[in-house]
Design a protein around this ligand. Structure first.
Ligand SMILES: Cc1cc2nc3c(=O)[nH]c(=O)nc-3n(C[C@H](O)[C@H](O)[C@H](O)COP(=O)(O)O)c2cc1C
Length: 443
């Protein structure tokens, strides 16, 4: 076996939102952002989809939340004022546009279970899986932000309760997705029988949180069920992801943290939940800033950082970490603060300086640039070196690449970095299968 064959190939996901800003606060004001494009129009999504497919990405990953953050100063004013992931449009609406413009690219869509019954969730996802020819993934989230619960007029439940509900939610989903037997559809024109009711099972579920009595309204879709994605990072979250997900997302600022995480997740998936090695992909956040020369890349990077508004940055960490950071001094040390929000992402800033103290101001500015992800700045070769390092030493199977400005950053990645990765045998040169699951689980 040659070295080329032995090397793990990177699975690439383009991490973006159906909105003006995605995960780099202030992105919209970068002179390179959306030149001639409107994020709310289909042609923008077609172009980005085709660019990612040219770069041999597995999928576009559409992140989402359900309402503007309102933790900072108990208001969503700063979120709206500084475009902190706002406005953001509904994510599943663009899935058919993306898959209609491509042949292989998958789409992972973030949909919250908090305010939707599993019955309609399964129906929507099965429909999208049909329309895409089996290229849909579901990023399962349960709404960690108070603003989402406020917007839906509900009282936020704690993490433990959210995971308990989620577990039952999945039970109902699996029952629905598995309820049609493969040969249930007869479609015999002569007799007029379309489907055999004995093979389309009614789901009867009477649980603690959900009730359901009915047949799944969609015929089995190409993948049977969407590819399941998850990004839980607490102990409960890691268990949930290890049990259910086929790709798990995390943000770690350095290779040591990646390695610890990979060891823990692999132990949970294989030893605790008895899943086969390789059946779950570990995908890490990465931001790339590439140019023909290092000095040009550095210049671009400085421009990206200069776009970040400090108040917007603080509003974002307040939203994600569930704490009003206006109540802290900018010089307070984040290592001394306990947060109720997304612990896994908070750790990305706790360890942003290798464990050395990080002030609130530093944390906000680091986070606002790309959610605490490591940033690879340089030539295609520099970036490919870093990617190889994270794969070989950090246990990464792939990367969610956070947008810095769109569609330019994905065009640059496809034109400069993807060919370099292919030269090194680290990226596919053709898609392996027809469905997203086949491509994601390959190699
Ligand atoms: C890389 C990453 C991406 C995430 N993307 C989203 C998202 O788009 N929407 C969302 O509601 N939650 C998102 N989350 C939050 C998680 O899905 C999860 O709900 C949250 O981390 C709380 O669970 P935990 O306490 O187990 O970490 C993301 C988390 C991580 C680490």
């Amino acid at each position: 076996m040659t070295d080329q064959v032995r090397k793990k190939r990177a699975h690439l996901l383009g991490f973006i939102q159906h909105g003006v800003n995605s995960h780099a606060t202030g992105m919209w004001r970068n002179p390179k952002d959306k030149i001639g494009w409107n994020f709310a129009r289909p042609e923008y999504w077609r172009h980005i989809a085709q660019t990612m497919e040219r770069g041999m990405f597995d999928a576009m990953f559409i992140a989402d939340e359900l309402a503007p953050y309102n933790t900072f100063e108990d208001s969503s004013d700063a979120t709206v004022k500084w475009a902190v992931q706002c406005p953001t449009h509904e994510p599943s609406t663009i899935v058919p546009i993306i898959t209609g413009a491509t042949r292989h690219l998958g789409v992972g869509v973030t949909l919250s279970t908090a305010f939707e019954h599993p019955y309609s969730m399964c129906r929507r996802l099965s429909s999208l899986d049909h329309l895409s020819g089996g290229r849909v993934a579901w990023n399962i989230v349960s709404s960690y932000s108070k603003s989402e619960w406020d917007a839906y007029g509900a009282v936020m439940t704690d993490r433990s309760q959210r995971y308990a509900r989620l577990e039952e939610y999945m039970e109902v989903c699996y029952k629905l997705w598995n309820s049609w037997e493969p040969d249930a559809i007869v479609a015999d024109k002569e007799s007029g029988i379309y489907a055999d009711p004995a093979k389309v099972h009614e789901v009867i579920h009477e649980g603690q949180f959900y009730k359901c009595r009915g047949r799944h309204f969609c015929a089995p879709s190409p993948q049977g069920q969407p590819v399941l994605w998850q990004a839980g990072s607490s102990g409960q979250g890691r268990d949930f992801a290890s049990k259910h997900a086929e790709a798990i997302f995390a943000v770690h600022p350095n290779v040591d943290r990646m390695k610890q995480y990979a060891d823990d997740l692999n132990d949970r998936t294989i030893n605790k939940f008895g899943r086969a090695p390789g059946s779950v992909k570990l995908i890490y956040g990465l931001q790339t800033v590439v140019a023909e020369t290092r000095s040009e890349a550095q210049e671009k990077y400085e421009r990206i950082k200069a776009c970040i508004p400090l108040e917007g940055a603080i509003a974002w960490i307040s939203g994600h970490f569930g704490l009003d950071f206006s109540k802290f001094s900018m010089d307070d040390i984040v290592q001394n603060i306990e947060i109720p929000g997304i612990q896994g992402l908070f750790e990305s800033i706790i360890y942003a300086k290798g464990g050395a103290p990080v002030t609130v101001k530093e944390a906000a500015l680091i986070y606002a640039q790309g959610m605490g992800m490591p940033v690879a700045v340089g030539t295609a070769s520099d970036i490919a070196d870093q990617i190889e390092h994270y794969m070989d030493e950090g246990g990464a199977d792939g990367f969610m690449l956070a947008a810095t400005y769109t569609p330019g950053c994905f065009e640059e990645f496809a034109d400069l970095v993807a060919p370099e990765l292919q030269r090194r045998g680290r990226l596919r040169t053709r898609y392996e299968g027809a469905t997203l699951r086949e491509n994601l689980l390959a190699s």
